[in-house]
Design a protein around this ligand. Structure first.
Ligand SMILES: [Zn+2]
Length: 231
C-alpha cells in the first residue's frame, strides 16, 4: 500500500472549489447567480473539465445547485434549510468550543490576538465585505484551532451556506455577528470556563438566527365558498 498521492488534477480542482467558495462566502457571487463555465474558465485560468468537477463538488456540498438545462448557479437555501443549518451550527460549534482548552488558547495566542485585532478594525470600518469576512473568520478560526479536522470541515461548509442565508434572509443591514460576543467567548475559553463559552456561543447563534426573516410565505387564507359567492 503506497501513500495516497494527491494528483495535479485534485490540487487544481481544489483551487477552483476554494476560489468559488470564498467568493460566495464574501457575497461577491450572490445566491441564484448563474455560474457559467466558460466565464469561470476565463476568470480562474482553469481547464473546463476541472471547472465542471469543481462545480459538481460544490453541488454535493449544497453551495451550488445544478439544474438540468439551466446549468450551475449559486445555491438559494430555503427558509427551512436555513433553520436546519443553524441547528447544525449550534451542535458543531458547541462541540468545537468544548474541545478548546486553555492550553489550546495559549498555543494559538498570537493567531487569536491577530484575528481579534483585524476583526475590531473591520467592524470599525464601513467595508462591509471585510466585516462579513472577519466575523465569519472568527468561527472558522475556532474550528481550525480546536484540533478536530472533521468538526473544522463540517463548519467550513456550514459557514459558506450561512453566508448564503445571510445574503437571502438578513432583516437589516446590521453586521451578522456582534464582535463583543466573540471577545466574551475568547475570554471564557482562556479562563477555562467552557460552560460559559458554550452558553455565549449558543446565545450568539440564536441571536444571528433571530436576525433572519425565516418565515415561509403563509398560504393565503382564502375561503373558497366566499370567493365563489355572489359571482
Ligand atoms: Zn459570530
Amino acid at each position: 500500500m503506497g501513500v495516497k498521492t494527491v494528483t495535479a488534477k485534485q490540487i487544481e480542482v481544489q483551487r477552483i472549489v476554494d476560489a468559488l467558495s470564498k467568493a460566495i462566502a464574501q457575497h461577491r457571487l450572490p445566491p441564484g447567480m448563474r455560474l457559467i463555465e466558460a466565464q469561470i474558465v476565463d476568470a480562474l485560468q482553469a481547464n473546463r473539465n476541472h471547472v465542471q468537477v469543481a462545480l459538481q463538488r460544490l453541488a454535493m456540498q449544497k453551495i451550488v445547485s445544478i439544474e438540468p438545462n439551466r446549468g450551475a448557479m449559486v445555491a438559494q437555501p430555503s427558509a427551512r434549510e436555513a433553520r436546519e443549518i443553524f441547528t447544525a451550527r449550534r451542535a458543531i460549534e458547541r462541540a468545537i468550543v468544548e474541545s478548546i482548552t486553555p492550553q489550546t488558547m495559549r498555543k494559538h495566542r498570537q493567531r487569536i490576538a491577530q484575528h481579534m485585532e483585524s476583526e475590531r478594525k473591520a467592524t470599525g470600518s464601513t467595508d462591509r465585505r471585510a466585516i462579513v469576512r472577519e466575523l465569519s473568520d472568527f468561527h472558522l478560526m475556532l474550528g481550525e484551532i480546536c484540533g478536530n479536522s472533521v468538526l473544522a470541515d463540517l463548519l467550513a461548509n456550514l459557514m459558506v451556506r450561512s453566508s448564503l442565508i445571510v445574503a437571502l434572509y438578513q432583516r437589516n443591514d446590521h453586521p451578522p455577528c456582534a464582535s463583543d460576543e466573540h471577545q466574551d467567548i475568547v475570554t471564557a475559553l482562556e479562563e477555562g470556563d467552557q460552560g460559559r463559552a458554550v452558553a455565549v456561543m449558543i446565545e450568539h447563534l440564536d441571536e444571528l438566527e433571530g436576525q433572519l426573516a425565516l418565515e415561509e410565505p403563509a398560504p393565503p387564507e382564502v375561503n373558497l365558498k366566499q370567493a365563489l359567492a355572489d359571482l
